[in-house]
Design a protein around this ligand. Structure first.
Ligand code: SF4
Length: 371
């Protein structure tokens, strides 16, 4: 009888193609040949946070929006997009390809813990409470890291989507639309950006859907300028001020650069904060010999260290801040997806329904008009 542990991947899930069937090397070899055979029919998109063996098969790498935009521009020859990222990213790619490609997520369990902290039922409930206690208009802004149903909510209610690269512009636009802003699902990106735009912390409140009325009184809602959803990225919460203090004591000349999904205290105590693209560009342009401690996902930090060997790059955290949901995309799952395409029985296709797509695209269009 086959031992179940023979089929477990490092992430602890049963692999579709067991190690008894194919070794890791054989998986990579078959992936290489099958990808070559399928040629332009398949394009592999790889998020920056994926591991190197997955990235080695990517035709295009980028952050979530860059990948979705590339998907929208793919040639007619491409029938399938293998999206090596997480669920909400594959949904965005499907929306932007307007149903002309089949977007495949190799492992359907590759979700995002932050995106999962906001769902449509909770957002509708919060909206009813907040609008009932606000005299002026509330503009909803969502970080792109959320389910399509929430992007659709924002489109229907006059709001826009933002990314970590353009959050400042989109939030500025949102603040000019009405009295208040509802920002979800990431409280940290919302708080860090609003503070940078001059809004004091005293004018921001956190809505926690696990509490009655989000834990807010009608008076708190009335006096707030910004209502932040309680969500957060568990990976970026792995960075803290103690790490910064310890590093500063040891190496005062190392630049600390972090992602704005980190907490307010971490961002305030760092030298620089910005999106994934900002971090990559800044490090790329820094002179040889520069030293960085980076507060973002470990696969990206390790790849930057490999790529820019003339610089000294390390993680801000001594622990591995790994996105375990991204980690679910492994070559074995990719091979299963490729085999299914070759057998004309594609699996794990991500499809967004027409109504959700319509309103989500409206929210995306608004973002593109703003930035
Ligand atoms: S790094 Fe954080 S926000 Fe990004 S996919 Fe992973 S859990 Fe979600």
């Amino acid at each position: 009888m086959e031992n179940i542990f023979d089929t477990l991947t490092p992430s602890g899930h049963t692999a579709p193609i067991s190690e008894g069937e194919l070794s890791d090397e054989q998986v990579l070899e078959e992936l290489f040949s099958i990808k070559k055979r399928l040629g332009n029919r398949v394009t592999v998109l790889g998020h920056h946070y994926q591991q190197d063996d997955v990235i080695s098969f990517a035709d295009i790498t980028g952050d979530s929006l860059e990948l979705a935009r590339h998907a929208a521009k793919l040639s007619e020859e491409t029938e399938f997009v293998i999206f090596c990222g997480v669920h909400f990213m594959a949904e965005t790619a499907d929306m932007l390809t307007l149903g002309t490609k089949k977007v495949i997520l190799p492992d359907l369990r590759a979700g995002c813990s932050m995106a999962d902290m906001a769902n449509r039922i909770d957002i509708d409930r919060a909206w009813n409470f907040l609008t009932a206690h606000s005299q002026g208009k509330i503009t909803p802004i969502t970080y792109i890291n959320c389910a399509a149903s929430l992007k659709s909510f924002v489109g229907e209610n006059g709001g826009a989507i933002c990314t970590s690269s353009n959050a400042e512009k989109v939030i500025t636009w949102g603040l000019n639309q009405g009295e208040k802003l509802l920002f979800f699902p990431d409280q940290h990106l919302g708080r860090n950006t609003c503070f940078k735009l001059g809004i004091p912390l005293s004018e921001m409140v956190v809505y926690d859907p696990r509490k009655q009325n989000g834990g807010l009184t009608p008076e708190q809602v009335k006096s707030a300028k910004v209502i932040l959803w309680y969500g957060y990225c568990s990976v970026h919460q792995g960075f803290n001020v103690d790490q910064i203090k310890a590093l500063r004591k040891k190496e005062a000349d190392r630049t600390i650069i972090v992602h704005p999904e980190c907490s307010f205290e971490v961002v305030q105590n760092s030298d620089l904060a910005g999106s994934t693209s900002f971090i990559i560009n800044h490090i790329q342009q820094a002179p040889a010999g520069s030293k960085f401690a980076v507060g973002t996902e470990i696969n990206l930090v390790n790849r930057l260290a490999q790529k820019f060997k003339d610089k000294d790059i390390q993680s801000l955290s001594p622990y591995q801040c790994l996105c375990t949901t991204m980690y679910r995309i492994r070559p074995r799952w990719m091979l299963e997806s490729f085999r299914a395409i070759e057998n004309n029985q594609a699996i794990n296709i991500i499809r967004v329904d027409a109504e959700t797509r319509k309103w989500s695209l409206k929210a995306l269009e608004r973002m593109l008009e703003i930035v």
